[in-house]
Design a protein around this ligand. Structure first.
Ligand code: SF4
Length: 223
């Protein structure tokens, strides 16, 4: 079993299935992926609830909304002016090129990903979240928690950029969307329970193989 699969198994054994992404449709997932940039999911939920209450959570409605009104709906998610522009560009693009997010996501991973990445305001983490959670396409999502945990474990040596880290996961794991989905959710859970900014290493399920912990236990080097 690869090192990454062993880590997955330890996290799964500890935390169990996370039943992740709390959204109703591929379109809602895509909107959520844009809204969650630089904020947490609780704030995104509030923005989505506002859109839903106004019967505005649809491709056509978001595209047609007055930008100032859309800003008010999504205000809880922060950066609301920038996100309004991104949402409307995204929706206009979908209407013009495909008609729906489902059709865009019917393409190959490479084509769908390149198309998403070419859109203003959609970086690799957002694109991979849309592919994985809206399209159920096996594209691994790398976030700050992934960098923190696997950096501390010592598994990212030489991998620094988003692409390098994603490549490491894509090359080491079987390409299965449910696995990638669950793995990312477990990473988030672990980052909140143990591997916080200030790590709580006591009773951590990954302690046995953690470079950071080994270094801490070794103490400062003698010079
Ligand atoms: S042992 Fe500490 S640093 Fe290592 S993964 Fe666990 S919580 Fe993070």
């Amino acid at each position: 079993m690869s090192e990454l699969m062993q880590t997955y198994q330890r996290l799964y054994d500890r935390y169990g299935p996370r039943h992740w992404w709390p959204a109703d449709s591929p379109f809602e997932v895509a909107i959520g992926a844009i809204l969650t940039q630089n904020t947490n999911w609780q704030n995104v939920e509030k923005a989505l609830a506002n859109l839903r209450a106004a019967n505005a959570l649809s491709l056509q409605r978001i595209a047609a909304l007055d930008p100032e009104q859309l800003q008010q709906f999504i205000r809880p998610s922060g950066y609301f002016r920038q996100k309004t522009e991104r949402l409307q560009l995204f929706c206009h693009y979908l209407i013009k090129q495909h008609g729906s997010i489902e059709i865009l996501l019917k393409q190959s991973l490479t084509d769908a990903r390149n198309e998403l990445l070419a859109l203003k305001g959609i970086g690799p983490e957002t694109a991979d979240s849309i592919l994985l959670y809206a399209g159920e396409i096996a594209s691994f999502v790398v976030d700050a928690y992934t960098r923190r945990i696997f950096g501390r474990l010592g598994q990212l040596e030489g991998s620094k950029t988003y692409t390098e880290i994603r490549d490491y996961f894509m090359q080491s794991l079987p390409h299965q969307a449910p696995l990638f989905n669950e793995y990312h959710a477990l990473i988030v859970q672990h980052a909140k329970c143990h591997c916080l900014t200030k790590p709580r290493c006591l009773d951590c399920p990954l302690a046995e193989n953690c470079r950071y912990l080994l270094d801490q236990q070794a103490g400062p080097e003698l010079v």
